[in-house]
Design a protein around this ligand. Structure first.
Ligand code: MN
Length: 192
């Protein structure tokens, strides 16, 4: 098994004006692909890593290999968490699940925004599902991912500065506000 090269599910300019083409050129083209190239090099150099899926590598490695594997997975999940046709209120099963877990979509937005704002330094805000199917919000630092906690990611927002500094400078809150205009509820439903 070889790890497939990441691909953006839309054009680099498709998320504008909320996230610019320049941001995606760097974030996908340099950062995400950079993690993939480093991971590929680590696999080529270490026979014990060969033949494993990305998820297996995340579960079984540490240090640089874990960081690059998790960042490859997290970024692919992040791109799919957004859509040029996204945003607005949740639809389908995720709408009912959010209301059940958080009381209302507005409460969910407030709590998710607080998790994104409150993640000190680089990391990720997540909507996750536990083994009982209950939704919750969590955040992780650096490359850490809820996959290693036995949780099922439903949506994520990348809050590394490279995700927003070109468009929003230091205003992480402004970036997260804009992210709501892109949320891919169809993808969230597919993860329930
Ligand atoms: Mn990123």
């Amino acid at each position: 098994m070889t790890i497939a090269a990441p691909a953006l599910p839309y054009a680099n300019n498709a998320l504008a004006p909320h996230i610019s083409e320049e941001t995606l050129n760097f974030h996908f083209g340099k950062h995400h692909m950079g993690y993939f190239k480093k991971l590929t090099a680590a696999i080529e150099a270490n026979e014990s890593l060969q033949g494993k899926s990305l998820e297996d590598l995340i579960a079984s490695t540490s240090g640089g290999t874990f960081n690059n594997a998790a960042q490859v997975w997290n970024h692919s999940f992040y791109w799919n968490s957004m859509s040029p046709n996204g945003g607005g209120a949740p639809t389908g099963a995720i709408a009912a699940a959010i209301n059940e877990a958080f009381g209302s979509f507005d409460n969910f937005k407030t709590q998710f925004g607080a998790a994104a704002a409150g993640q000190f330094g680089s990391g990720w805000a997540w909507l996750v599902k536990d083994a009982e199917g209950k939704l919750s919000i969590t955040s992780t630092g650096n490359a850490e991912t809820p996959l290693t906690e036995g949780l099922t990611p439903v949506l994520t927002c990348d809050v590394w500065e490279h995700a927003y500094y070109v468009d929003y400078r230091n205003d992480r809150g402004g970036y997260v506000q804009a992210w709501w205009n892109l949320v891919n509820w169809d993808f969230a439903n597919s993860n329930l």
